[in-house]
Design a protein around this ligand. Sequence first.
Ligand code: GLU
Length: 281
Amino acid sequence: MIRTRFAPSPTGSLHLGHAWSAIVAHDLARARGGEFLLRIEDIDPGRSRPDLVQEFRDDLAWLGLSSDGEPLVQSSRLATYAAAGERLKEMGLLFPCRCTRAEIAAAAVRQGPDGPIYPGTCRGRDVDPSGAAWRLDMVAASARAGPLTWHDERAGRQTATPEIFGDVVLLRKEAPASYHLAATIDDAASGVTLVTRGTDLFAATHVHRLLQALLGLPVPVWHHHLLILGAGGRKLSKTRDAPSLSARRRAGEDGLELAEALREGRLPAGLCFGESLERTA
Ligand code: GLU
């Protein structure tokens, strides 16, 4: 059975781009008699706002999107992410790193999908692990996994190239798991068979496919959908592009009509569907 999910981070109110993402996930599941799950990606303690969870649920109901079961809340699963991190450490694939963003930016020679590629400063060094971030040794991890492919419903068969990210952080100083680790583990734990999300996260899937291979997790199919773009082809932002779904809802707008308009490709003036030229979040 097909199972999809919508996985917002409660760091700000949802906007039209999130509505579109939720509609894609919901409609693909329902069209094939499957399930649509809601997951709350609240592992960033500094930025997550618990009060937004109910707002998100109300937004989905307003759009006419019913989800199956209780939402999975990532902050309740930290021990699971930590255990996966331990497994990767035991496999000798993680190393501690204490470099700051500024140090990495100054030393980096190449850009990756998420900004400057980590130049490998702490790899192979004796770094005090207390309070450090843990990075994946990408060369060792890729060698262990061997060649990998994955399938996107829109873009077709892909050869996994996680090395374009360099040694990604999997366990963070301030948060116990990175997006890559938590999302990969939870998609498997929830039995998600079709991972739907925007094309801005297309490249991240290379890393997720590698993590699935390393952790022995099932491999879903992906569907990276076009984004709703604002002025100048920029991604919509939670703070920049008013009004949020909750503001529209409170102003009395009809959510079912809005969802129908998006399905039919009718967007408010100034917005369009497209590929984002900005790098991933
Ligand atoms: N939490 C991510 C976001 O709000 C979505 C991650 C995903 O769908 O894999 O952009």
